[in-house]
Design a protein. Structure first.
Length: 418
């Protein structure tokens, strides 16, 4: 604009000279030139102020991102610690649960044993009652026989027995009585022995039952204690889970804020790139070597833009740090601007790639080439062929991945080329 203004004013000066007003016209030219210079300085000041404002926004966003990443890392560590504590506690609860199962089995066995012992005691009681009844019957029968002998036997014999004069006489009489009641005596002794045996069995069973009941009470107390411990530990687990849920909520909120800040950062970087491109274009309006040119003359077809995207192949980034330009394999890749080659290498993801530094913190990146024609340290000029389009690295087909780095961060290349 400035050159065109000067040209017009010079034309006016020529006309003024023809009409005898040369001095006035020249003064007008210099005055206009001085005015343009002042306007340019004002525009530069505005540009610098705008750039500083963008840089401040960028720095603020970077600070926020750093802080949020630190917060996320802290929360992740907290969640990990809580999960470890919960896991350890769960293992302890599992042990308690195993103890509960063992104690429950013991209680069930003891209850079964007690029930069996009670059945045995009941059986012994029934046997004892029957033996006592049999003994009573036998006793009654013996009394009946004695009475019968007395009533129907030889009275003189009984009287002789009762009225024995000597020990020998009495022994003879007892022997006689023994022979008479031998059967009854054997039966009474047998019944007496049976009752004694049953009583002893019953007493042993009752002692066994008491021991079983004591052991049952002890095991039940243990089970109650374990159950109480399980309730307490379960409450602790629930508390841990609540803390984990709370921390996870914090993490989600931090990640949401981080995503917003990253979007803001990308937006600001795009604005910075656009401002830098506009400034470069303004200082190089005639298309000189200091500006940027399209890096793939054979094609202007953009197949993937800068920013968030769905990864085209496994291993590729979901945040695209450049633009993809679809072109035939072997098409020329040219330097977007003059500079020095800082990298010319191969990687599994980028394939054959070249990085050129252009000064002022600006570098350009060219990826997935089928061939590289420059080496690290080479000085290249704007428009010089540096590589050929290919599909090396993580790629779905022949294309050029073109990226622009400003002060260490990727920005939208369309702020520099179009």
């Amino acid at each position: 604009m400035r050159k065109r203004t000067i040209g017009i004013l010079l034309g006016i000066a020529v006309l003024a000279f023809a009409s005898g007003r040369v001095s006035t016209a020249i003064d007008s030219v210099y005055a206009a030139e001085e005015s343009d210079t002042s306007e340019d300085e004002d525009e530069e000041e505005e540009d610098d102020s705008y750039t500083k404002e963008l840089e401040q926004k960028r720095n603020n966003a970077l600070d926020q991102i750093k802080s949020l990443k630190s917060d996320i890392s802290t929360v992740e560590s907290k969640i990990k610690e809580l999960k470890n504590s919960k896991s350890n506690l769960q293992s302890y609860i599992n042990q308690l649960d195993g103890q509960m199962n063992t104690l429950s089995s013991q209680i069930k066995k003891l209850e079964d044993d007690i029930a069996a012992t009670e059945d045995d005691i009941a059986a012994r009681t029934e046997e004892l009652e029957k033996a006592e009844a049999d003994a009573q019957d036998q006793y009654e029968m013996m009394k009946t026989r004695i009475c019968y002998l007395y009533e129907n036997g030889n009275p003189s014999m009984l009287a002789a027995f009762l009225e024995a004069d000597s020990m020998a006489d009495m022994i003879n009489r007892v022997e006689y009585a023994r022979q008479v009641s031998e059967y009854d005596q054997r039966m009474m002794q047998k019944l007496s022995d049976t009752m004694q045996d049953i009583k002893e069995q019953k007493e042993a069973l009752e002692e066994e039952k008491q021991e079983q009941e004591d052991l049952l009470s002890e095991v039940q107390a243990q089970k109650q204690a374990v159950n109480k411990a399980m309730d307490a530990k379960t409450a602790e687990i629930n508390s841990y889970q609540e803390q984990i849920n709370s921390a996870s909520g914090e993490q989600s909120e931090y990640e949401k804020q981080l995503n917003e800040q990253e979007k803001l950062l990308a937006q600001v970087e795009n604005q910075i790139a656009a401002a830098a491109a506009a400034k470069a274009a303004a200082s190089d309006g005639d298309g000189g070597s200091s500006g940027f040119m399209w890096p793939c003359p054979a094609s202007h077809r953009i197949t993937s833009t800068f920013g968030n995207r769905t990864a085209p192949v496994a291993g590729a980034s979901t945040y695209h740090k450049g633009i993809d330009i679809g072109a035939s394999s072997g098409s020329a890749i040219v330097a977007a601007a003059s500079g020095r080659v800082t990298t010319s290498a191969y990687s599994s993801s980028a394939g054959n790639y070249v990085v050129i530094s252009h000064g002022n913190g600006i570098s350009t990146v060219y990826m997935h080439a089928s061939a590289r024609y420059v080496s690290e340290g080479d000085v290249v000029s704007k428009g010089q062929t540096i590589a050929a389009v290919g599909s090396t690295g993580f790629s779905t087909g022949p294309h050029l991945h073109f990226g622009v780095i400003v002060n260490g961060s990727y920005v939208n290349p369309l702020g520099y080329v179009n």
